[in-house]
Design a protein around this ligand. Structure first.
Ligand SMILES: C[S@@+](CC[C@H](N)C(=O)[O-])C[C@H]1O[C@@H](n2cnc3c(N)ncnc32)[C@H](O)[C@@H]1O
Length: 192
């Protein structure tokens, strides 16, 4: 069901979806472990799509941790909200996370789990979201995001993962390749 829903959005909104299928569970596990979801008090997810990472976050987070997900596609937002009524899913851009955190009484977040298709974004949008990401993280906060294995070889991907993330955060770590995903991918992590 969620693969079919995903495919419909690939056709309808291919410039913001940036994938051919929902991510696999193994990627969701690695991403949420690296993000330290089980220790975080305030968690933000960017671009939940049909909710693969959302499900892993909900399974690992502490009961009293606050969890906000931002999804730019109205239909994906609706699907994830329906699948996970306990998640706070808003239909808005990732760069506005600070607005909703402030409304909920938080000055920032401890970790960000990103499902965004950075390689599809132009230079200005990459810069805008990266800057907002850095600003919304508390000191010591983690930013965890994934790239398809070929992304660092595409100019916009190389620039984002190999240059901009390093320039903004100082150092960037990465996982081994996750082969059990379509397409295979790598997780990148940076700390404020
Ligand atoms: C590659 S899909 C990943 C979906 C899901 N996390 C997964 O891994 O299966 C990218 C998601 O990011 C969303 N998205 C794109 N730009 C966004 C933005 N500026 N703010 C929030 N979500 C965005 C898309 O609508 C889509 O749901």
């Amino acid at each position: 069901m969620s693969t079919l829903s995903f495919l419909k959005q690939v056709v309808r909104a291919n410039r913001s979806t940036g994938a051919i299928a929902p991510s696999g569970k193994q990627l969701a596990e690695v991403l949420t472990d690296m993000a330290g979801v089980s220790e975080a008090k305030v968690i933000v997810e960017y671009g939940p799509g049909t909710g693969v990472f959302t499900e892993a976050i909900l399974a690992k987070k502490q009961l009293d941790a606050y969890f906000l997900a931002l999804e730019v596609n109205d239909q994906f937002a609706e699907i994830t909200r329906e699948r996970f009524p306990e998640a706070h899913v808003v239909h808005d851009c990732a760069q506005n996370a600070h607005v909703y955190l402030k409304e909920a009484g938080f000055s920032g977040c401890d970790t960000i789990v990103s499902g965004l298709p950075w390689t599809l974004f132009d230079d200005a949008l990459q810069n805008e979201i990266l800057e907002a990401t850095y600003n919304v993280l508390e000191p010591g906060g983690k930013f965890v995001t994934f790239a398809y294995a070929m992304s660092p070889y595409i100019p916009s991907g190389r620039k984002f993962f190999r240059e901009k993330m390093v320039e903004r955060f100082g150092a960037v770590g990465r996982s081994k390749h996750i082969w059990k995903n379509l397409p295979p991918c790598v997780v990148f992590i940076a700390e404020k």
